[in-house]
Design a protein around this ligand. Sequence first.
Ligand code: SF4
Ligand code: SF4
Ligand code: SF4
Length: 253
Amino acid sequence: MDKPKVAFFDFTSCEGCQVEITNFDQQLLNLLEAVDIVEFREIMKETTSDPLDIAFIEGSFSRDQDLPGLKNIRQRAKIVIAYGSCAATGGINALKNHKPDYQYKMEVYGADASMPHLETHKALPISAAVKVDYSIPGCPINRDEFVRVVSDLLHGKEPYLPNYAVCIECKKKENLCRFDNREVCLGPIARAGCGAICPSNNVPCEACRGFVDTPNYASMIEVMVNSGLKKEYALTKARMFSANILDNNLSPK
Ligand code: SF4
Ligand code: SF4
Ligand code: SF4
């Protein structure tokens, strides 16, 4: 029996999620036994216009000229998965959405800000362009979660994403809470699934996986302010990986 054909595509992104997959070592080798990877720019030169069983799309939708390519992928693929927070929600790219277009370009590119290839619209999730069947958050993705989702799909099982906070994974590991170290951590509203890797390594969670489905933003901001952050800075911190989500739910007051 033919193996499922799988391809990886990238749009507006740092390609860090692709790089993370190449770091999978044995897990990638195991994956290669189960699927036929037919396109993956980071590791091979071959491309394909054939039908696909699974298309993984990395990066945000931020240029109209990407729409035909995205539609073509959608037409060819039985399953489309937006992987990485850029693709799932707009991710860190969406930071530019709440600033005037030229301002962020000047901050990043200085004198080169007017280069024509920098013309973009708002950084949006891939689902703003085409139907997405599943999303895998994370900046970058978590390897165990990625392999589990692929494995579930290959076994005809519905993949799931945890809808509870990173705090739960963190508490299970009996970590020192970063708040007890006078730091500010977004774990109470961040979506779990990474094994609380940051607080487990003495770094506060920045919610790179986005938030649980019904986060209590107001209480989170209040806790951050009570921990010494100015309200505007607390909002900026919460916005870092989830500007598209946060700005739709909580306006600075
Ligand atoms: S989610 Fe993060 S690591 Fe992945 S492509 Fe976007 S910026 Fe890079
Ligand atoms: S360190 Fe962060 S994730 Fe861990 S319990 Fe404290 S607030 Fe929650
Ligand atoms: S602990 Fe927070 S910032 Fe770190 S990987 Fe998990 S969700 Fe992302």
